[in-house]
Design a binder for this molecule. Sequence first.
Ligand code: NAI
Ligand SMILES: N[C@@H](CC=O)C(=O)O
Length: 814
Amino acid sequence: MQVIKFGGTSVGSPEAILQVIEIVAEKIKQEPVITIVSAFGGTTDALLQCGALAAGGNELYKEQVNNITNRHLNAVKQLIPVQQQSSLLSAVKKLCNEVEDLCNGIFLLGETTARTKDKLVSYGELISSQIINAAFQARGVKSTWWDSRKLIRTNSEFGNAVVDFPKTGEQFSAARKELSTSLVLMPGFVASDAAGTTTTLGRGGSDYTAAIAAAALDASKLEIWTDVSGMMTADPRWVPNAKVIPSISYQEAMELSHFGAKVIYPPTIQPVMNKHIPVWIKNTFAPADPGTVIELDGFRNGNPVRGISSINNLALLSLEGSGMIGVPGFSRRLFEALSSQQINVILITQGSSEHSICVGVDVLSAEKAKQAVDAAFEPEITLQKVDPLIVEKDLSIVALVGEQMKSHPGISGKMFGALGRNGVNVRAIAQGSSERNISAVISTRDVRKAINLLHEEFFETTNKQVNLFITGVGNVGSRLLQQLAQQQQYLLQHNKLQLRVVGLANSKKYVISEEGLDLQNWKTELENGSDGDIASFTDGIIQRNLRNTVFVDITASEIVARIYPKLLEKSIAVVACNKIACSSPYVYYRELKDKAHAFNTSFLFETNVGAGLPIIGTLNDLLKSGDQVHRIEAVLSGTLNFVFNNYDGSRPFAEVVRQAQDEGYTEPDPRLDLSGTDVMRKIMILAREAGETIEMEAISNNSFLPESCMKGTVDDFYREMLNQEAHFKAIYDEAAANGNKLKFVASFNNGRAAVGLRQIAPGHDLYHLYGKDNIILFYTERYPEQPLVIKGAGAGADVTASGVFADILRATLN
Ligand SMILES: NC(=O)C1=CN([C@@H]2O[C@H](COP(=O)(O)OP(=O)(O)OC[C@H]3O[C@@H](n4cnc5c(N)ncnc54)[C@H](O)[C@@H]3O)[C@@H](O)[C@H]2O)C=CC1
Ligand SMILES: N[C@@H](CC=O)C(=O)O
């Protein structure tokens, strides 16, 4: 014999009921079936509303009763052939009249009791089960209707009655002896006390009815048919990647269902667990889906975490005080105060210092709890031995559940690491010695982010979602978007990385789409975006509070560079090819690095020096492995190298500079390159990375650019360079006459940095440096004579974009 239960949505319409009939008809070919049904979806609430309206003296209850009656009569008309309808129609009408009589009584009294409410709501299941029973019979399936009130005995705690299992067992055995059909229909949720008065088993109680029946009849299995395809690794409304759990233990299912996985009513597990009866969760609307089996020892798939769950609307109550240390009885008094007000404690934590006890309760009970606890500890509060109860709201619990977690060290480390890296502050932690559940109390605004993060962390088959906010879509920025678009699919397939551009901004507009922007169409999306500056964009980023967020600065803007601390403080990684932040006064550079460290996130700027060349990373690797930098010699300007490689006096110097700008090597303002400022910034950043507290003013610059070129606008700059052609030609001719090449060289030696134009003779390490290439020579403790050399294209949109891309990937691996 097997027991099958169908919930409210599974019997929510005549079409759904036909599906139920089809499923059960197949089952009874194998073995007898006890079918338990809920009320038609929404009926229990509608009945309660009738009672509430009537008790409040509102005659609208009559209309509501009418609606309920019509819904059920219509179901009869659709499910039963006309010639067989009349007796069922009158039976249903009679039950609906009883509902109306009951409501009339409530209306006259102007009040309702728990007992009356139980009677009222019981009609939902009583009527639905009789209609479905008749629908089977109308299709030639012989069936018996069992009245659950005559089988399940409870005490008289109306609304949430406690089952008398021995008596219930006896009543089921007696009914079984008389059973002559292979199908039984039973209403879920309802029962009766010793006096025969109707009771109910609590909301969701139809699951419980089914479990009680399965246990009483020693069923081979229990199936709970609902509108989802099983218990899932996380709530699919929050986590689109959530997966059905094929097999789970009773204990794990209880933990998960307690924590909001509403697929099964928690008390359901106990009776079947005691008898080792497997429970299947199946989907009425997708019967072929395998579903979840809950059994003694859930199948082990190697993942110690079975699911992730959450509880919202939590308040944290903290009782603190020096008077509590070492004094027995404080916790007893705290819990007595809470229980005297029927306040359910959801979570408890106490540090070994015994200086505070912290409990989590439903937020609706928080004020009541405060009054009760403050009253209970009034003497100690007056003597300042204990503080008045601290109540914090807007909190939630996220929990990892898994039977196998106990034999796996490192799970909580992984859990809290993932939360910490994403700026999710953990307010309290609870883990029982069973290690089946690790709970963290966090702010409710972080719940969605936290559940998704944990899901990515523990269900490795899912992809890691990375959310990019990019500001600056010029030369380099637009190339980065192209590279991202090209690579998205590859990263998803090969690295399980779902890299999405969620926000884009230029200096006037921004667009944010949580679903990710269409990278083939980003220009239009940005044009149609909102008006706003970097401040609005940043607010939008922080407010979205998405997991694995990376902010990418591809501007040359000081205002943007000033925004980083605000983002880092939210554990949002910052990737910058904008050099302004790192070449600002040292304190700001330091602040950013420290903030990134303190908030467990990344601040990466590899492209600040040498564009896509791995210069800063290599320097850091040298230092981390214990090497020391003695000297750096480098050509760090792609623009200047290009200009001096291409200028020979045959065409104006200004024209060659223009070409460098057109080819995308210069800064947005090319005067920064020509004046040597860009190179000063770069050598300073390297010196700082090497541990030097150095400022721009300390760097000497042997500039070749006449001061007159730096006056006025960029157009004036180009004009003045034409005027100064003879100056540039003279510099070139002198070097050529010596057989040398011109290179703008940066050096760092003994704590001093300098930049300037030098003639480089053939045979020198810097001589063979073509196009827009950069070269860098690190002389270190381990590379004292033959330097470590990095050489290659040091400017250009493509190489810079790819350096930014690499930093983004590094930030996601943090
Ligand atoms: N071109 C290269 O080879 C390299 C460039 N870089 C750096 O890359 C950055 C960008 O360079 P390009 O793309 O060539 O410049 P660009 O001028 O082509 O693009 C910069 C973009 O930033 C936008 N922008 C300016 N202020 C803004 C603000 N407040 N908010 C939002 N957007 C703003 C501008 O509208 C423009 O679209 C610069 O900081 C540069 O130093 C770094 C390494 C190499
Ligand atoms: N303008 C810069 C670009 C890279 O930082 C250069 O020319 O090197």
